[in-house]
Design a protein around this ligand. Structure first.
Ligand code: PGA
Length: 236
């Protein structure tokens, strides 16, 4: 399967960040593009700003969240249709920061994933256990439950992001990543792209991306600078 290397800029980036998209586009070779699809999920305010440069560079754009409804009285929210209209083709749903900060349940995440599909966006559904859950030996049960509760029918991407590995520099043992991806393959089925996320850096990307059933990466901090993000893309 062709890899998907996705950057999640989180709440980082002003209009000047267009320079990073341009710089990344300048580094990408034909061989890179043949091996990996490249996606950047900037803050929603930047999707239409970055769209011309991203299109020219062959880089896809995505949102970081969407509302389940198409429109209406939901102050401050952004619909999947709005993201698509701005030039996005993907949207992340159920990131652990949204699950933790906004109390998003599996059912809410599934509704958002379905909204993404309705708007013609590819949802990237995030799952992952906390440190306590892993230490209690419950990681696989927790992730299985999240998958069963949040995956829609139809087409989607899944990202396994252990909460304790996000932004910490900690990464699970390779055997643990592989085991979780085996489980995700069993639940999600063949043909579904399964990403790993959590402290992916240029230095560890090759080993992680070389594991069975790891079809790409969801990258936070290391996606903000074109040089680091390119280091991960070229490892694919
Ligand atoms: P990180 O974030 O790469 O900074 O650990 C990953 C994510 O939250 O998607």
């Amino acid at each position: 399967m062709k890899k998907l290397i996705a950057g999640n800029w989180k709440m980082n980036g002003l209009a000047a960040a267009a320079a990073e998209i341009e710089a990344l586009g300048a580094k990408l070779t034909e061989a890179d593009r043949a091996k990996a699809d490249v996606l950047v999920c900037p803050p929603a305010t930047l999707v239409s700003v970055l769209e011309p440069k991203a299109r020219a560079a062959g880089i896809a754009l995505g949102g970081q969240d969407c509302h389940e409804k198409e429109c209406g009285a939901h102050t401050g929210c952004i619909s999947a249709e709005m993201l698509a209209d701005a030039g996005a083709t993907y949207v992340i749903v159920g990131h652990s920061e949204r699950r933790a900060d906004f109390g998003e349940t599996d059912a809410a995440v599934k509704a958002k994933a379905e909204a993404a599909q309705r708007a013609g966006l590819m949802p990237i559904v995030c799952v992952g256990e906390t440190r306590d859950e892993r230490e209690a030996g419950r990681a696989e049960a927790v992730v299985r439950g999240q998958l069963e509760g949040s995956l829609p029918e139809g087409e989607f991407v899944v990202a396994y992001e252990p909460v304790w590995a996000i932004g910490t520099g900690l990464v699970p043992e390779e055997a643990d990543i592989a085991a979780m991806h085996r489980l995700m393959r069993e639940v999600a089925g063949p043909g579904v792209r399964l990403l790993y996320g959590g402290s992916v850096k240029p230095a560890n990307a090759k080993a992680i991306l070389g594991l069975d059933d790891v079809d790409g990466a969801l990258v936070g901090g290391a996606s903000l600078k074109a040089e680091d993000f390119y280091g991960i893309i070229s490892a694919a």
